[in-house]
Design a binder for this molecule. Structure first.
Ligand SMILES: Nc1ncnc2c1ncn2[C@@H]1O[C@H](COP(=O)(O)OP(=O)(O)OP(=O)(O)O)[C@@H](O)[C@H]1O
Length: 287
């Protein structure tokens, strides 16, 4: 069962009525890997996540999560995955400590609830009613609850939406600690910096398919990562995209007679590459 793959998806298809949302998705999450799925609004990230969690059916394709098909897997399988349920209104009257201790009782080998409160950064709030916590703190309660059963794989669907910068950083530490303990993580996000900070692999979901999957630094391949030389000539800003920036700089130095005004060489950021990719209908799947 443990074939090195936590998630394996091939040619996944899903439509709502006549609207095709997933049109041949391929995706792999290795054991112990953090994979971030990036995609514009409506790309199908939540649909994909819910299919992998076994909460939504599919129209076609192969899906294997921890060795089983989520469409038919039983409760033992469900215990091995962590799912962040949104909104814990029912728990408003409990404190995080009470909630963590209560739900730990549902698992045969739960994590230590007090240790987990520290992992998700809720030690100071451990004794406050959940209903009185901020949105970001409540979200950390949700995430902590999903980790109680010490899952092998955890799904985090837009986990830091609405977090302030400090809460996001703290949450990133939580994901890093999950990774360090060998947990596989599938994360959907709109934040490029989040994907860059956390993910071993970034998968870009657009036009119903994963149009690229690669480590953040390699996404898009050399073609989309070409450096750009910027300079000023006769007061006008100029730029040139090139595979060989030093040759361009040497040429400019020669042509402009020594110093080149406002010279700088920039490589496209992950955001530049991503925006280029999702706006490009011609994107072909790439490894
Ligand atoms: N139950 C449903 N019935 C019909 N259409 C749906 C349903 N769920 C989602 N959709 C549609 O499917 C598309 C994909 O939605 P989904 O929520 O999976 O995208 P997403 O990438 O998670 O979006 P966002 O980034 O905005 O959260 C959207 O056009 C949405 O309106």
């Amino acid at each position: 069962m443990s074939d090195g793959s936590a998630v394996r998806v091939r040619d996944l298809r899903k439509a709502y009525g006549h609207r095709t949302v997933l049109d041949g998705v391929d995706l792999d999450v290795g054991r112990g890997e953090v994979v971030a799925v990036l995609g514009p609004n409506g790309a199908g990230k939540t649909t994909l996540t819910e299919i992998l969690e076994g909460y939504r059916g599919r129209d076609g394709g192969e899906v294997t999560v921890l060795g089983e098909d989520p469409g038919t897997a039983g409760p033992d399988w469900r215990d091995r995955i962590g799912i962040v349920l949104q909104g814990n209104g029912d728990l408003a009257h409990l404190t995080p400590r009470e909630a963590f201790r209560h739900f730990a009782g549902y698992y045969s080998t739960p994590r230590d609830p007090d240790e987990l409160l520290a992992v998700v950064g809720l030690v100071e709030q451990a004794g406050k009613r959940i209903g009185k916590l901020s949105g970001g703190q409540r979200r950390r309660v949700d995430v902590g609850l999903s980790m109680l059963g010490d899952p092998e794989l955890i799904f985090l669907d837009e986990p830091t939406t609405g977090f302030d910068p400090e809460a996001r950083r703290r949450f990133w530490d939580t994901v890093r600690s999950l990774r360090a303990s060998g947990t596989s993580v599938l994360l959907t996000t709109h934040y490029l910096d989040e994907a860059e900070a956390l993910a071993d692999q970034v998968a870009v979901l657009a036009h119903g398919r994963v149009v690229a999957a690669a480590p953040p630094a390699e996404l898009g391949g050399a073609g989309r990562r070409r450096p750009v030389v910027h300079w000023r000539e006769n007061g006008t800003p100029r730029q040139e995209t090139t595979d060989d920036p030093s040759a361009v700089v040497q040429r400019l130095t020669r042509e402009l007679g020594g110093s080149v005004p406002d010279l700088r060489v920039e490589s496209p950021s992950l955001e530049d590459v991503y925006l280029d990719m999702i706006s490009d209908d011609r994107s072909e799947p790439s490894a």
